[in-house]
Design a protein around this ligand. Structure first.
Ligand SMILES: C[S@@+](CC[C@H](N)C(=O)[O-])C[C@H]1O[C@@H](n2cnc3c(N)ncnc32)[C@H](O)[C@@H]1O
Length: 260
């Protein structure tokens, strides 16, 4: 069913967002110019997209254990992999943007909340293969498919932890400082703010948090608004589909709406 509210949010964003012109922060200008709008093909994209194509054909059935906010599209417990690949994964355009951010920022430690079939995990890994990437997935049968995909691309540096974000994330954060966190699951206001508040004490100058689906629901919009207002947060970049949060102390607090 067509979601009018989402479409009107998109239109509003499109009409108020900027391209790189009119952005005065040199840090944000450079990020837009050489990372966000770098649409050139990269050698790492193709093997991952070939895996996506295989997943889009796969009739293998998996039993879903959904620990998150669920899907707007299909709430069945048994699904074919091809349906999950069609509905739950970041598009190539978004996944490749996340790849470019990691390739540019070169974080040493990364966390992904929401492995699903492992497609964005592969992009995160290939962007900085020597970095440590921990990805968390609550559904064991989905995680098993992701593990096979990691093996196919020899992505040995990915550590997949199967369990609920609510129990696994605090354990991971207790052990290490993390520079890049991609939150792509359990899109409720309450859970999003909970994960943000857990990360906050660990966030420092180099930390970047990427929130997916910041306009997915009224709750997500409200969570994004509260995150932007937090005093520890300096720069935020709202790309409609995702929101980037920086803690850089040498930057004045500012929110940028950027067309993507
Ligand atoms: C949107 S998908 C992730 C897509 C993936 N990042 C990609 O684009 O390739 C979200 C995933 O998060 C998982 N998930 C949601 N809530 C969770 C929770 N509370 N704990 C663990 N996993 C959860 C779901 O099972 C689902 O596979």
């Amino acid at each position: 069913m067509f979601n009018w509210k989402f479409a009107s949010n998109y239109l509003k964003h499109y009409l108020t967002a900027k391209s790189r012109h009119g952005v005065h922060s040199p840090f944000v200008y450079q990020l837009i110019d050489s990372v966000i709008y770098d649409f050139s093909a990269k050698g790492d994209y193709l093997p991952i997209e070939q895996i996506r194509q295989q997943l889009l054909q796969s009739k293998t059935k998996v039993t879903i254990i959904d620990l998150g906010a669920g899907s707007h599209i299909n709430k069945n417990r048994v699904k074919e992999v091809r349906e999950i690949a069609k509905n739950a994964l970041k598009t190539p355009r978004m996944a490749q943007l996340i790849y470019r951010l990691v390739a540019h920022l070169q974080p040493k430690n990364l966390i992904e909340l929401g492995t699903c079939l492992g497609v964005t995990s592969l992009y995160l890994h290939k962007a900085n293969p020597s970095a440590q990437l921990i990805t968390i997935e609550g559904c064991p049968e989905i995680a098993a498919v992701a593990t096979k995909n990691f093996e196919m691309l020899d992505a040995e540096n990915i550590q997949l932890l199967t369990g609920n974000f609510d129990t696994v994330l605090p354990e991971v954060l207790a052990k290490q400082q993390t520079e890049f966190i991609f939150i792509d699951g359990n899109h409720t206001e309450e859970a999003t703010l909970r994960y943000f508040n857990w990360i906050l004490p660990k966030a420092y100058d180099k930390t970047v948090i990427v929130f997916d689906d910041i306009y997915w629901s009224e709750g997500m919009k409200s969570a994004w608004k509260k995150i932007k207002q937090h005093p520890k947060v300096t720069i935020t970049i709202d790309l409609f589909w995702i929101g980037l949060v920086f803690f850089k102390k040498d930057q004045v607090k500012e929110d940028f709406k950027v067309r993507f």
